[in-house]
Design a protein around this ligand. Sequence first.
Ligand SMILES: NC(=O)c1ccc[n+]([C@@H]2O[C@H](COP(=O)([O-])OP(=O)(O)OC[C@H]3O[C@@H](n4cnc5c(N)ncnc54)[C@H](OP(=O)(O)O)[C@@H]3O)[C@@H](O)[C@H]2O)c1
Length: 309
Amino acid sequence: MGLFDKALDASVLFSFDRSGFERHARRFVEADLRVSMQGKVVLVTGANSGLGFSTARALAALGATVHLLCRDEARGQAAVERIKAELPSADVHLSRLDVSRLSDVRRFVEGFRGSVDVLVNNAGVLPDTLTRTEEGHEVTFATNVLGPYALTEALLPRLVLSKGRVVTVTSGGMFTQKLDLTTLQGEVKRFDGVVAYAQTKRAEVILSEQWAVKHPDVTFSTMHPGWADTPAVRSSLPRFYRFTKGILRTPEQGADTIVWLAVTPRLTGKSGLFWFDRAPVSPHLVGWTKETEQQREALARLVEKAATR
Ligand SMILES: NC(=O)c1ccc[n+]([C@@H]2O[C@H](COP(=O)([O-])OP(=O)(O)OC[C@H]3O[C@@H](n4cnc5c(N)ncnc54)[C@H](OP(=O)(O)O)[C@@H]3O)[C@@H](O)[C@H]2O)c1
């Protein structure tokens, strides 16, 4: 990489934006996405809009059987119909799943028959007020960490059998945070949605690294999409959106690395990594955000306990 590219990447703005994607895409290998996914079963959470929708559509276009796991039946059905209208032979299905509710995760997994080759943990939220689910968990934590953890754990036997992949969508927002279990669970005097969100994304990366060590038959990846123009960015970060709307990535560009991680043959021996624009990157931009081994273990214990309660 040249000095100019390094400087642009260090600016963050000209890396996470559309120009960053276009610059990074010059090193993409086009043939990487010319993979047949015929016979492969893919599950995508939060697939009715934004990056999840783009991911589901792209994987359906490659021939995969794609299950869109959506919390709202009507929005989910509309997404399935949109894909079928564009790709009449697409094998796409809707399943209702509110990933923030452990009881719903259990209901979904018990009712879902058959194998799983790829799980994409994409659903995510960034609420600006502290709310708890009826199961008592802060909503950001429940949606972004606990539900995906429970879903992944419950599907692991099938993913091991298929030597499958788990791709988890995190966020560059986590670069500003060091793991803090108190904040992660919403046990704070003043709730800051952006901090809570970044904490959950940091936690997702650590959990994925831990799974990669424990389950060598499955390939675990986390990625961040840069900044893409999706409903979440418009509604959760209106000021950020006003400032950046002209330079945001398209949802397809934001989803590119998710799709690539789901299909590329280049992942052999590369589990537990954090990716950006089809390249592995460090999950830390600065040293002070690095957590200790004890903090990592405490996170694993906390999430396991909360998920099995
Ligand atoms: N766009 C970006 O620039 C950006 C940057 C960094 C990270 N991300 C991450 O990318 C992922 C996708 O976000 P997006 O930008 O594509 O936003 P989006 O268009 O709002 O998509 C979020 C999806 O998650 C679903 N969802 C939320 N809570 C759910 C729940 N409890 N159960 C099931 N589904 C749920 C939403 O469903 P409803 O339609 O029913 O609300 C929606 O389908 C998120 O994890 C986000 O943190 C995005």
